[in-house]
Design a binder for this molecule. Structure first.
Ligand code: UGA
Length: 465
């Protein structure tokens, strides 16, 4: 077990972290701190291992015994690129360890980062029960100068309520600082994102505490990384506004793609032409089957719920949610247009996760689209490079194949639903030879239309015909 004093971690670390952003050029005068990260999920593990790589001494608390066992034996419970290596490296350096005991793990930590799940509740608002549980166990055991940091995405006002609750539960007059420090990690590139953030957002009302959290980040970041220090509510809202805006941007480009499909204009070229204007920006302008995952849907839902509770109309956010559901139907209608009728058609689905480089199937458009195709009488075979196992729990009457070739055999249509790079590298000539008819519906615009057409395929993309 870590004791920070024993590891000497309130002095500058001796070993140079290797994963951090260009540290050689940015040798930091700051010192590593003892930290505790509560929650061994996606955000918790990336943050714990990332902070450890900066030079901090981190204990990650995970109370699920089987998950903890996995972590202790060096296994990651989900797929996230480069995370296994980052964890292994820092465990080996004795900077990162895993523990079930919250009380023991927070001992001596300067900051305690809470990263537990905050899913949507039945009413569409955020379910804060996991966070509440942590606060209950934490409050009485906190040391006077420890800073509690909420990294979980939590509704506006949560940090203030947590601070009040801690004060109520503690038999002490010390006021514990509570910081809102939302994360902006994308699944699939989370390790890269951790080391190359666009900005760090720190909300709080105590300067010493906000400076501590800034310094914890600064230790491993490029020194010119923008750090936005603000109050708790603003920090909380920055997180929601960012995700709602990203969903809006994708919603816009999907709508544009449908219009382009109908009038024969190339939406990718339009998006490129638009995106070169820095006021618009070229990121998040890729049309596709609609956005999914665990974050955009739940954050949009909380944002709309918050607006409803305060009588604000948020017409745009509501339309974005509606349009995203319709996008799935639009994909099904395109399959119907290609094949005339889906009854008894054999359709091969390539990709099931909500985007590439993740094993996450939550709110994946692929799942809804497959169900929509099945409703119209199609027989579905599917393949995902990492998520076949989990998909078998979600999909009924779908044959899950180990390879793209298995999916393509005798298929009337292949539909690309996730932008896995592997699909670009397939032997498309061979795929064409084993299909019944050479139709490809590429919802992600992954493969070159010219290339496929050159190999005898009929190609339909999204906003690209
Ligand atoms: C999103 C945000 O991008 C992160 O900044 C944030 O930290 C995270 O939510 C969170 O709140 O934890 P993530 O859910 O991992 O990250 O996925 P994104 O990369 O945002 O993609 C979301 C969906 O939009 C995916 O289904 C993706 O395929 C789709 N997408 C994205 C498009 O259809 N087109 C695009 O141009 C970009």
């Amino acid at each position: 077990m870590r004791t920070p004093e024993r590891l000497g971690f309130d002095t500058a670390p001796k070993a140079q972290p290797t994963g951090s952003a260009d540290l050689a050029e940015n040798a930091s005068p700051l010192a590593g701190s003892a930290l505790c990260v509560i929650g061994g999920g996606f955000v918790g593990l990336v943050s714990a291992a990332g902070f450890a790589d900066f030079g901090h001494s981190v204990i990650c608390v995970e109370n699920n015994p089987s998950r903890l066992e996995k972590l202790k034996s060096g296994k990651i419970p989900f797929y996230e690129r480069d995370l296994d290596e980052l964890i292994a490296r820092n465990v080996k350096r004795d900077r990162l360890s895993f523990c079930a005991e919250l009380k023991l793990s927070i001992k001596g930590a300067k900051a305690i980062f809470i990263t537990v799940g905050t899913p949507s509740g039945k009413d569409g608002r955020t379910d804060l029960s996991a966070l509440d549980k942590v606060i209950q166990s934490l409050a009485d055991n906190l040391e006077p100068n420890q800073v509690v940091v909420i990294k979980s995405t939590a509704p506006v006002g949560t940090a203030r309520k947590v601070k009040e609750k801690i004060a109520l539960l503690r038999n002490s007059s010390d006021a514990i600082s509570v910081i809102s420090n939302p994360e902006f990690l994308r699944e699939g590139t989370a390790v890269y994102d951790f080391f190359h953030p666009q900005r760090i957002v720190i909300g709080g009302d105590n300067q010493e505490a906000t400076e501590l959290i800034s310094n914890i980040h600064r230790l491993g970041m490029k020194q010119n990384t923008p750090i936005v220090v603000t109050n708790n509510e603003t920090a909380e809202m920055i997180k929601y506004a960012s995700n709602v805006f990203l969903a809006t941007k994708i919603g816009f480009v999907n709508e544009l793609a449908e219009l382009c499909d109908k009038i024969g204009v190339n939406a990718l070229e339009v998006a490129r032409g638009m995106g070169l204007d820095p006021r618009i920006g070229s990121d998040f302008l890729d049309p596709g089957p609609g956005w999914g995952g665990s974050c955009l849907p739940k954050d949009l839902s909380e944002y709309i719920g918050l607006a409803h509770a305060h009588d604000a109309s948020v017409t745009i956010a509501r339309a974005v949610r509606e349009a995203n559901l319709l996008q799935r139907n639009y994909v099904v209608s395109k399959a119907r247009d290609i094949l005339g009728d889906l009854e008894n058609k054999r359709i091969g689905a390539l990709g099931l996760t909500f985007k590439a480089e993740t094993s996450d199937l939550r709110n994946s458009p692929a799942i809804d689209i497959i169900r929509g195709l099945q409703r119209e009488g199609a027989t579905i075979l599917a393949h995902d490079p990492v998520a076949n196992g989990d998909a078998s729990q979600l999909l009924e009457n779908v044959e899950l194949c180990d390879s793209a070739e298995g999916v393509a055999k005798d298929a009337d249509l292949l539909i690309i639903l996730t932008e896995w790079k592997q699909f670009q590298l397939l032997d498309w000539k061979k795929i064409g030879d084993i299909m019944k008819s050479r139709y490809v519906l590429d919802t992600r615009n992954l493969i070159s239309p010219e290339f496929l057409r050159g190999n005898g395929f009929t190609y339909v993309g999204t906003g690209v015909s």
